[in-house]
Design a protein around this ligand. Structure first.
Ligand code: PMP
Ligand code: GLN
Length: 420
């Protein structure tokens, strides 16, 4: 090879690839680096990080990345702070503290009638993201097919690919995001190892109903597959919709793991405390991945989350009502600005059809325009599709923000659209 790496002067091989990097003086230089893992190298920086950075740079109201702008309950935070000072602060048990595993087991039983053994059927992880990674690493054998629903949350595809899975997409379309039986059937084969389901679903705001969950259950049982169900928004469900864990369907308890997150349930997204519930055998296998990925999760946070999960029903009802009021405000606000909203029965997110405003470009162009000219950041829904013909005229707005912030964002959008 005629090239040398401009930094270490190592001779480059055919496996090296060209990149642009900053040298020590901050100048952009072309360089070659040794090829890194191909499943991940094709992905750019996540849209959440990109849009939050842009919102900061432009001074825009950030309705892009999903995080509340008010921290969750003070008593939960006080308990964590006290535990940090008083300890213990050394490695807790690999599966999670017994106190938190018991609280997760009680929570499963209180809300869904799911009865599990906290000693063997619950695993505590550093966020739902780690739980997803551990589950996929543990269950997928390279070459297995994995059923995914599009539009899909950002980490699903890279984690499936890195585990050697072959994605089979089932597409949901706005504005109703209905699950089509034929599309679902086409995604399954004798090679299907698992379904990665997210309900309530990000970015759509969809809550899968009984019939849809039954349809998925039928296919899973027919094909002897597993389900990894991401239920981080389990307590953020609106109106008459109800969150139903697919693990509660007959025959599914033994083949489903359900994943929750304290980040969403207690508006503490930076804490990264997740919990996985499943049958003993599945949890044992997933723990094999967890022990080599993070091994444990900060004990002070586990102690505080255990306290939080035991809060009375009022806490959960207030969380739901607050978020529903914000959803209603945003739906009305976006429609008053001339956008048409899609169905939204749960999560932090509502999607809007930009064509209704007369805008002729793509969702990405729309987001660029409103961040620069209206001072509001949102996310293009096309970023959550990977197959061809992505839906490219819907934009996701995050509404877990203070009323005043939502109101300012809506005024800015109204001003912008009435003047343009
Ligand atoms: N799954 C979904 C659908 C999410 O929206 C998020 C993000 N907030 C996560 C998983 C990640 O959760 P955690 O922060 O607990 O890792
Ligand atoms: N779940 C959040 C969202 O959808 C973002 C989480 C993240 O930034 N990774 O906006």
């Amino acid at each position: 090879c005629p090239f040398l790496c401009p930094y270490c002067l190592r001779p480059l091989t055919g496996k090296d690839m060209p990149v642009e990097i900053n040298d020590r003086k901050g100048r952009l230089r072309a360089a070659m680096v040794k090829q890194t893992n191909s499943a991940l190298s094709g992905f750019g920086t996540t849209i959440f990080e990109v849009m939050s950075a842009l919102a900061n740079e432009k001074g825009a109201i950030n309705l892009g990345q999903g995080f509340p702008d008010e921290d969750g309950p003070e008593d939960i935070r006080a308990i964590a702070a006290k535990a940090l000072m008083e300890g213990p602060n050394q490695y807790p048990p690999m599966m999670g503290t017994m106190e938190l595993r018991q609280a997760v087991a009680d929570h499963n039983h209180r809300f869904y009638g799911i009865a599990v053994n906290p000693e063997t059927d619950i695993l505590i992880t550093s966020g739902a993201t780690e739980a997803l990674n551990d589950s996929l690493m543990a269950l997928i054998e390279p070459g297995d097919e994995v059923v995914l629903f599009e539009p899909l949350y950002d980490c699903y595809l890279p984690l499936v690919l890195r585990a050697g899975g072959i994605p089979k997409f089932v597409r949901l379309d706005p504005p109703h995001w209905t699950l089509d039986a034929d599309r679902l059937a086409e995604a399954f084969s004798e090679k299907t190892k698992l379904v990665l389901l997210n309900t309530p679903m990000n970015p759509t705001g969809k809550v899968f109903n009984l019939d849809e969950l039954q349809m998925i259950t039928d296919r899973v049982l027919e094909n002897d597959a597993y389900v990894v169900c991401d239920e981080v928004y389990e307590h953020i469900v609106f109106g008459l919709s109800r969150h139903i864990p697919i693990a509660t369907f007959p025959g599914m308890g033994e083949r489903t793991v359900r994943i929750g997150s304290a980040g969403k349930t207690f508006s503490l997204t930076g804490w990264k405390v997740g919990y996985v519930t499943g049958c003993t055998e599945m949890i044992a296998r997933i723990a094999k991945a967890h022990q080599f990925v993070t091994f444990t999760t900060p004990p002070a946070l586990q102690h505080a989350v255990a306290y939080g999960l035991n809060k009375d029903d009022d806490y959960y009802e207030t969380l739901r009502e607050d978020m529903q009021a914000k959803r209603n405000f945003m739906k009305f606000g976006l429609e008053s600005a001339g956008l048409q909203t899609a169905d939204c029965d749960g999560t932090y997110f509502i999607n809007a059809d930009i064509r209704a405003s007369g805008f002729k470009g793509t969702d990405a162009e729309f987001c660029q325009l409103i961040i620069e000219q209206a001072g509001v950041a949102a996310l293009p829904v096309s970023a959550f599709y990977t197959s061809d013909n992505a839906v490219d005229h819907f934009v996701r707005f995050c509404f877990c923000k203070k009323e005043q912030v939502l109101s300012d964002a809506v005024s800015r959008l109204n001003d912008f659209f009435s003047n343009n």
